[in-house]
Design a protein around this ligand. Sequence first.
Ligand code: DX5
Ligand code: ZN
Length: 229
Amino acid sequence: MASDPKRPSLLAPSLLSADFAHLKDQVQAVERGGAGALHLDVMDGHFVPNLTIGPIVVRSVDRITPLPLDVHLMIEEPDRYLEDFKQAGADWISAHIETAAHLHRTVHRIREVGASPGVALNPATPLGTLDEILEDVDFVLLMSVNPGFGGQVFIPSILRKVASLCEVVSRRGLSTRIEVDGGVTPANAGDLIRSGADILVAGSAVFEKGDPAENVREILDRMRGAEKR
Ligand code: DX5
Ligand code: ZN
């Protein structure tokens, strides 16, 4: 990805589980802990049942952090909002393969507006759907829960999916990064990195209890430990 060409693995805390009344404190805490990006979940009440944030909140977050903003669009008709999110400060934008009827156009539009394009896959969406688009994206976001809510339980079969995608990426000589989102905890972070993930998203494990900075450090420790093997 443009902002990080050397591919160290990154932790991207999901602000979905943050305390929005104290967003600046929460963002600064995860920065202290060593977060590599901030993950922002955009939900429209159609593709997923929940409603969350739009470009206005992304813009406010952009003003208070130097971290790259990783905007995960769980919305129908993502093309309508790409420019707005980029203008608001999005650095990476992913659209769901299940919603983008003209995915090639969407991905290229993300790059045209100046963001790094990614494609997101629900847990039951097969990797084969990526065949014709893998070369065009900078990252693939594999959902390890069904999208819509924070705090759900990790689906363990995603570890195999991560490993299979990692193999496809290296067989095709690509540098596509693999992001995993949903139910990430200190207990599964090492396995995810060993399976080939580059970016882990964690919401409730970072913000739900204790000190977010310390929670980030704990997950990063597990990630680093797995990288050394
Ligand atoms: C779920 C979102 C996730 C969510 C992760 O639809 O895409 O980013 O915030 O939250 P946890 O880590 O609690 O599963
Ligand atoms: Zn997400």
